[in-house]
Design a protein around this ligand. Structure first.
Ligand SMILES: Cc1cc2nc3c(=O)[nH]c(=O)nc-3n(C[C@H](O)[C@H](O)[C@H](O)COP(=O)(O)O)c2cc1C
Length: 189
């Protein structure tokens, strides 16, 4: 017979493992949403912005701040999340923006799957927004590689941290100011 004390030594790691495992699965599941258009009369060009919302609001807030910058610069933007419902026809767009949180040193899988479904990006200028706790270097190079292999032209790789000082990368601390500035200053090749 197991004593209650020895039972708890078995149960605690099991419960912890189940909890961690369910988070690891949950963050990688597609979150389908509709398409929201910002600045429909924007004359600079049309951007398709596709992101994966994380557990917190961080990725969405950063992505929306980037859109504010694009709109400020005159872009029309369609915003949606990465799923099987995401538009896959890029002919109507001049710019693709992909936003992904970092999970286990990789960009979130729903965004990766979306790019793989697109197949050939036809050279479209692509801006990447990668959020993370503070360790994003490996995910950033995988993100760039993912898009380049699919024949996209990476014009921006924006790493923004939730749990480490952003001054190190950007000279200013506020993630939303960084994202908005990057959107406003984005230059096409
Ligand atoms: C399961 C899991 C794994 C993560 N792995 C990393 C990582 O490898 N590097 C990193 O910088 N941040 C990592 N993070 C932090 C998230 O990328 C960061 O909080 C993100 O900007 C927002 O995602 P969230 O809203 O899902 O927390 C991880 C977070 C979770 C939940």
């Amino acid at each position: 017979m197991c004593s209650p004390k020895s039972m708890s030594w078995i149960m605690i790691p099991l419960i912890l493992g189940f909890f961690i495992g369910s988070i690891l699965v949950r963050v990688q599941v597609d979150v389908p949403t509709g398409v929201t258009t910002f600045n429909p009369t924007g004359s600079k060009g049309s951007a398709l912005v596709v992101y994966h919302p994380g557990l917190s609001d961080f990725q969405e807030d950063v992505t929306r701040a980037f859109i504010e910058g694009l709109v400020e610069a005159g872009w029309r933007c369609d915003l949606t999340t990465a799923s099987r419902r995401t538009p896959e026809k890029l002919d109507d767009y001049d710019l693709l923006v992909l936003g992904a949180p970092t999970y286990e040193w990789r960009p979130a899988s729903p965004v990766k799957r979306y790019v793989e479904r697109l197949g050939d990006l036809g050279g479209i200028p692509t801006a990447l927004i990668l959020t993370g706790g503070g360790s994003t270097a490996r995910a950033a190079s995988l993100f760039v590689e993912l898009v380049q292999v699919a024949n996209g032209t990476v014009i921006e790789m924006l790493e923004i941290w939730q749990g480490a000082p952003n001054e190190e990368l950007h000279g200013i601390p506020d993630p939303l100011v960084i994202a908005r500035r990057a959107g406003a200053e984005l230059v096409l090749p």
